[in-house]
Write a protein of this length. Structure first.
Ligand code: ADP
Ligand code: MG
Length: 423
């Protein structure tokens, strides 16, 4: 008896029984699905193929609990979902199904990590746990080193891998994908397929995937063909193509090359950092001025001293102000914190252009303006003395200036790295 029980087949993951779906388009009735019967077991990898308009997406919408059959029943994980009201269908959907779309459907100005965290956020998972699981999901699709990138800094294949990680993060037993490789070239499609095959084999995740490409369907363990709203063939493939092996066998310069090239360069661009918009430098300057103003006001109003005293306090608040403004505005411009290389460039360019350029002009004005000696401000006198002693010892002056610039760049880089604004 025990042996007989253990030999008993596990119940199917999902069953469509006599499912029809009709759309009433103002008088004419479109029969998108007609009397469809389909059973899918846990651990299967099913490709749905068929001409455009044959009803593939309609069936996926029903399998995904996004739509209900006009007639017939849909049973998912033992639950008659068609009979459930919308709210409880949504709960089943969120617990059981991960979706992958042709257009990736990622939030554009949001990092890969935050995109993947989103489904867990909706489920009220705490921030630490959310972050841990999103990291693990991104690592599972080979994007452990791209977590801070926004979608526009990723190639199409990488974006689809982020979308797979997002679908995986809530550990659903079923992944549904409608033309997931429709926007990708051959090589990238195979990369995505290799990941899906691995998830199917190693984690026994059931996968149902719509495709119009022969190569992609060849990777499935079963191919269901639709025509005019009906299933016309349903074939088991005992030895499906191995996407990872097919990928390894592809010549390195295959015809998908030109299409892949701009994506590759986009990724390299992201690694090297993006150009820093002038507005970021302008805001850094505004931050520095604000720091100086606060320090001068503090000296004058609270300490009742000349705003020209406490220059060290003005310098300090100026540096903090410029670094904070720089970090905030870089994050706004990029949709993520500035990367290492970008912070180096911000510190370098700001110091050379703003500090040395504007500072040089100021010194030049103070020293060169024909102001009668008696009416020269103290700063101009000090500057002139400085310039004269620099002229007397040019080598030392150049050395000290270079050292000052280097220290300023390093300090600003460190301060920019210290500030990690959230928005
Ligand atoms: P496929 O994904 O295989 O290309 P679809 O499932 O999108 O096919 O469409 C099947 C048929 O149903 C088509 O004739 C299509 O025009 C029709 N159809 C799909 N969705 C709707 C809708 N919301 N309203 C009316 N007709 C629709
Ligand atoms: Mg479709």
């Amino acid at each position: 008896m025990v042996a007989a029980a253990s030999l008993e087949k596990a119940p199917p993951l999902l069953t469509l029984a006599h499912v029809a779906k009709e759309y009433d388009t103002g008088g004419s009735l479109v029969r998108a699905m007609r009397d469809v019967n389909l059973t899918i077991d846990e651990g299967e990898f099913v490709a749905i193929v068929g001409a455009s308009g044959s009803g593939k997406s309609t069936m996926m919408n029903i399998l995904g609990c996004l739509d209900r059959p006009t007639r017939g029943t849909y049973t998912l994980a033992g639950i008659d979902v068609g009979a459930r009201p919308g709210d409880s269908r949504a709960i089943v959907r969120n617990r059981v199904i991960g979706f992958i779309f042709q257009g990736f459907n990622l939030l554009p100005r949001t990092s890969a990590l935050e995109n993947v965290e989103l489904p867990l956020q909706y489920r009220g998972v705490g921030v630490r746990e959310r972050r841990r699981r999103a990291r693990a999901a991104l690592e599972a699709v080979g994007l452990g080193d791209r977590m801070d990138h926004t979608p526009n800094q990723l190639s199409g294949g990488q974006q689809q891998r982020v979308a797979i990680a997002r679908a995986l993060v809530s550990n659903p037993p079923l992944l549904l994908a409608d033309e997931p490789t429709g926007n990708l070239d051959t090589r990238t499609s195979l990369e995505v397929l290799a990941i899906l095959q691995r998830l199917n084999r190693e984690r026994r995740i059931t996968i149902v995937l719509v495709t119009h490409e022969q190569d992609i369907a060849a990777c499935a363990s079963r191919v269901v063909t639709m025509k005019d709203g009906r299933i016309v063939t349903d074939v088991v493939q005992s030895s499906p193509m191995d996407a990872a092996a097919a990928l390894a066998a592809l010549p390195s310069t295959e015809d998908g090359g030109p299409a892949a090239a701009p994506q590759e360069s986009a990724v390299r661009g992201a690694e090297l950092g993006r150009p820093i918009p002038a507005s970021v430098y302008a805001m850094m300057f505004a931050g520095e001025l604000l720091g100086h103003a606060v320090a001068a006001a503090y000296a004058a109003l609270v300490l009742r001293r000349s705003p020209m005293d406490f220059l060290w306090l003005r310098a300090l608040l100026g540096e903090l102000g410029l670094a904070w403004f720089g970090a905030v505005w870089a994050r706004r411009a990029f949709g993520r914190p500035a990367g290492h290389e970008e912070r180096v460039r911000m510190a370098l360019v700001y110091t050379l252009v703003v500090t040395c350029g504007l500072g040089g002009l100021l010194v030049g004005a103070l020293v060169g303006l024909p102001i009668p000696a008696a009416r020269r401000p103290a700063a101009a006198i000090a500057m002139r003395a400085l310039v004269e002693s620099a002229a007397a010892h040019p080598a030392a002056a150049v050395g000290v200036t270079a050292l000052g610039i280097a220290v300023a760049i390093l300090l600003r880089y460190l301060l920019l790295s210290l500030f990690r604004p959230r928005t």
